[in-house]
Design a protein around this ligand. Structure first.
Ligand code: GDP
Ligand code: IMO
Ligand code: MG
Length: 453
């Protein structure tokens, strides 16, 4: 495939610029029609991506949101941690609803496996830290999804105790590894006070080899599969899970997840070099939300926050937990856009802000010593101490959900979008006005009707 000089590569990344749940699933669905292969590169079943198709609502956790298009290929990259039991449940549930899941779903043989003891360890550590540090300054429990994400990635880094998807296809090898792993893991779980009976390696090996057998038709060398697709002129759409401020290196550490969820996770999580990506669409709610613990400078722990929660139906797609809500933090968004190399923004849940007399945008932080900065602080302990500096803008009362184009939005709503563009320094290319595909302005115009087969 040859490209003209200066022509952007055709591959796109979708990434959350806040603390998750920005509406990535909806935007991936929107852009799937323009791409051939939809690729997850990080995270696991901690993600919950919603796609609304007419009266149908799909919540995807491990499978890329492009699966609803039967003629597109979906790839779960090597950077994902796969819970085989959950993945098989997701496949079965989609098939039961008439969604095609066959050779259109490919799973990396090098993706790491989330085992039951990872989930046990995740929950046990959260309980232990919650109980031990509840009264201390700064509760150390993270408020994880308890999907075993951290312990599975920890095993990947530790290497000797990790299991990869490819290992599930070799029962003898799997069993021999599990014999050693289970001895070690039983001792670790006992130390956390949660396990009295030893883990049974033979039972686990039998169960997980059976999962492997069911997954076998989907398992591939995803790195070659993606490069073959690119060589054949097919375009890739990378679907970020979790979000940039939860990135293990660039987020509000330690209140983060255990993967590189920013676009920086794409090269390592797929084997596709970063320069292959021509467009990075950063997804941003018109306000902020966060699930779990950790600093949140613009949090509205009051009636207004509750109002946003109800209007935006801000309850977790994966855990059902109420999401913490607050004003838009553009210090954070600008930082995420910088780290991700975002070329444009999709501003979602914009309809939720209607009905307020005035709206606020945080454009700087005041530090404990009184100085003001427009730089984000990706460290939980230091971020706790900042106070947001707000700009107050006029609100709007009109229902904007069916607006035909950007020009017909109320003046105050247009001014809000213009202010985002000015502060972040990149265009708002997509404005989302409701959960449905057609409730979207792309390049200022209403998106076309559904293209799902
Ligand atoms: P993701 O994890 O980033 O894919 O986001 P989630 O699916 O967890 O959460 C986003 C929620 O907002 C879902 O329930 C979506 O259906 C819904 N949603 C997405 N865009 C809009 C929008 O523009 N307006 C409204 N009201 N809801 C939206
Ligand atoms: P999507 O893809 C919102 C949060 C958890 C917790 C922290 C660590 O739907 O946007 P973990 O279970 O990953 O160890 O939890 O990260 N978290 C998310 N919050 N949306 C997500 O995914 C999240 N994935 C992880 O709430 O605070
Ligand atoms: Mg979500």
């Amino acid at each position: 495939m040859t490209r003209r000089p200066n022509e952007r590569p055709p591959h796109t990344a979708i990434v959350g610029l806040q603390w998750g749940d920005e509406g990535k699933g909806k935007i991936v669905d929107l852009l799937t029609s323009e791409h051939d292969v939809i690729v997850r590169y990080n995270g696991g079943a901690n993600a919950g991506h919603t796609v609304v198709v007419g009266s149908e609502r799909y919540a995807l956790h491990l499978i890329p949101s492009g699966i609803l298009y039967p003629d597109k290929e979906c790839v779960v990259g090597n950077g994902v941690v796969v819970d085989p039991e959950k993945l098989l449940q997701e496949i079965d549930a989609l098939r039961a609803r008439g969604v095609r899941v066959a050779d259109n779903l490919r799973i990396s043989d090098r993706a790491h496996v989330v085992m039951p003891y990872h989930k046990e360890q995740d929950a046990a550590l959260e309980e232990y830290l919650g109980a031990k540090t509840a009264s201390a300054r700064g509760n150390l429990s993270i408020g994880t999804t308890r999907r075993g994400i951290g312990p599975a990635y920890a095993d990947k880094i530790r290497r000797s105790t990790a299991i990869r998807v490819g290992d599930l296809l070799d029962p003898d090898y799997l069993r021999s590894r599990l014999h050693v792993i289970c001895t070690l893991r039983t001792a670790e779980l006992e130390a956390l006070g949660v396990r009295t009976a030893p883990l049974d390696p033979d039972a686990l090996a039998t169960q997980y080899a059976a999962f492997g057998e069911r997954l076998r038709p989907h398992v591939v060398d995803s790195v070659y599969a993606l490069h073959d697709a690119m060589l054949a002129g097919r375009s890739l759409l990378f679907e970020g899970a979790n979000a940039s401020l939860l990135d293990i290196d660039h987020g509000t550490f330690p209140y983060v997840t255990s993967s590189n969820c920013s676009t920086l996770g794409i090269p390592s999580g797929t084997g596709v070099p970063g320069h292959a990506i021509g467009r990075v669409l950063g997804i941003m709610k018109a306000y902020s939300t966060r699930v779990g613990a950790g600093p949140f400078p613009t949090e509205l722990d009051n009636e207004l926050g509750q109002r946003i929660r109800e209007r935006g139906r801000e309850y977790g797609t994966t855990t059902g937990r109420p999401r913490r809500c607050g004003w838009l933090d553009l210090v954070a968004v600008r930082y995420s856009a910088m780290v991700c190399g975002a070329t444009g923004i999709a501003c979602t849940l914009f309809d939720v802000l209607a009905g307020l007399d005035e709206v606020r945008i945080c454009t700087a932080y005041r530090l404990p010593d009184g100085t003001v900065t427009d730089r984000f602080i990706p460290d939980a302990h230091r971020l706790e101490g900042v106070e947001p500096v707000y700009e107050t803008l006029p609100g709007w009362h009109e229902d904007i959900r069916e607006a035909p184009d950007r020009d017909s939005l109320p003046e105050a709503a247009r001014a809000y979008l213009a202010r985002i563009e000015a502060v972040v320094g990149i265009p708002v290319e997509v404005v989302s006005l409701g959960p449905e595909r057609t409730q979207t302005l792309v390049g200022g115009r209403r998106a076309a009707a559904l293209a799902h087969a």
